[in-house]
Design a binder for this molecule. Sequence first.
Ligand SMILES: [Zn+2]
Length: 142
Amino acid sequence: MRLVDSHAHIQADAFASDRAAVIAAAREARIERLLVPGWDAGSSAAALGLAAEWDWIDAAAGVHPHDAALATDSDWALVVQLAADSHVVAIGETGLDFDRMHSRRRRSSPTFGATCASPWRRASRPSSTAAPRPVGATRRTR
Ligand SMILES: [Zn+2]
């Protein structure tokens, strides 16, 4: 069985003093791949830094829905820029989270849509696919 930790915020300040030990312990526990998602622009950049340092660690770049209200245009531009790096294998954190409502729906919904429509998404599409439909669009079937 292959072990993959799909959500480890080891770039967080809480791991500042023992990050190397935590990474070593994960490897000793036979974790084969470890995905470090960012929750804002800064943590996404830090995730990329770890992924660049360790060949078995991958990064995800994104803004958590709870932080969507705080993200500036330059934050979003940085996330899109980071997402183009080969060490970034996913967009995340991202999505719609209406559980605690740290960001209003009016703020998080458009930012999620912007993430879905980002240049990273367009660039990652196989060249043989048809043009993307707008987010939320449905295809008519007969
Ligand atoms: Zn998380």
